[in-house]
Design a protein around this ligand. Structure first.
Ligand code: FE2
Ligand code: FE2
Length: 327
């Protein structure tokens, strides 16, 4: 009969779970703490092409966070031995759901219901977005069974890192680029929180992948598979970038940013970068470093909260003492 174990946080079951748990907690946020409605005037001032690009970028990001929350994290959790690491992944899974919802919080403020419905319909039929999702999902589905090989686990973890550290960035580019020039700044506060979370997710899942990689019997074969997958996704990212950024003239800058982040994904997996990267737009890189949100995930929790949630207003009755409670 199977023995079920309870997670015991009194004794560390590996070297880094507690550190990642605590850092995740420090970074906790929810979308409703921010006020994207401050961006309404900024939104109206954008060109129609820029608005279209922004909406499509956020639509694509929503798809990736939906996949990661509903499939990626749950499937991976099932095959991780450490109960504390499972807990960290569970927390990350919850944050992915907050990420997916937060794009809607921005949409609701700036777009009409019809516009929003159109974007979600566009996501469903866009071949490049669908290719991203189905390619990654294939590796998640491959571990949807009781007994899996170490290579299947490594590839699922590696696919997850590619999603976290690489595939998001063609979408992150436009909100960061606009924010760097003073546009859509309130919405970018949400985006920067998501970037900081994806950063820690990529590092953590990357460490899990590296641990599995060390135990592979034919690691070189798996590395080849990973590089083939990366290239396949890279080619798709180039086409996706052309589709959504050509009208705003940013294609070549976004492609450079995509290569920069592909290298980061490889480094999170313990491999050397493969792309030559010359000039990543400094506005976008600076956009990650200003104020409270930083790519360095060991920075402290944002102090940039705009409003409190769950406020209960004081009433006169609150000041009337319940005498039965007086000892
Ligand atoms: Fe996410
Ligand atoms: Fe993530």
């Amino acid at each position: 009969m199977k023995q079920y174990s309870a997670v015991n946080w009194n004794t560390p079951d590996n070297d880094y779970a507690l550190m990642f748990w605590e850092q995740n907690i420090k970074q906790f946020w929810i979308d409703t703490e921010y006020i994207p409605s401050k961006d309404i005037d900024s939104w109206k001032a954008l060109s129609p092409e820029m608005r279209e690009c922004y909406k499509k970028a956020l639509g694509g990001l929503t798809l990736l966070d939906t996949l990661q929350s509903h499939t990626g994290m749950p499937k991976i959790i099932d095959h991780i031995d450490s109960l504390q690491n499972k807990a960290v992944l569970s927390y990350m899974c919850m944050m992915e759901a907050i990420h997916a919802k937060s794009y809607s919080t921005i949409f609701t403020t700036v777009a009409t219901t019809q516009d929003i419905d159109d974007i979600f319909a566009w996501v469903q039929q866009n071949k490049y977005l669908q290719f991203k999702a189905s390619t990654i999902d294939k590796y998640y589905r491959a571990i949807d069974k009781a007994n899996i090989s170490k290579e299947e686990l490594f590839m699922a973890l590696a696919a997850s890192v590619l999603l976290e550290s690489f595939l998001f960035y063609s979408g992150f580019f436009i909100p960061l680029w606009l924010c760097g020039q003073g546009h859509m700044v309130a919405s970018a506060d949400i985006i920067k929180k998501i970037v900081a979370d994806e950063s820690i997710h990529g590092v953590f899942v990357g460490l899990l992948a590296q641990n599995v990689y060390k135990k592979l019997q034919k690691p070189e074969k798996s590395k080849e598979k990973l590089l083939a997958l990366l290239n396949e996704l890279y080619e798709n990212e180039l086409k996706y970038t052309e589709e959504i950024y050509t009208d705003v003239g940013l294609t070549s800058e976004v492609k450079e940013y995509v290569r920069y982040n592909a290298n980061k994904a490889l480094m999170n997996l313990g491999f050397e970068p493969i792309f030559e990267v010359k000039n990543v737009n400094p506005i976008v890189l600076n956009g990650l470093n200003v104020e409270t949100t930083q790519h360095d995930f060991f920075s402290k929790k944002s102090t940039n909260y705009e409003k409190s949630t769950g406020i209960v207003h004081l009433r006169d009755e609150d000041f009337v003492m319940d005498t039965s409670m007086v000892l």
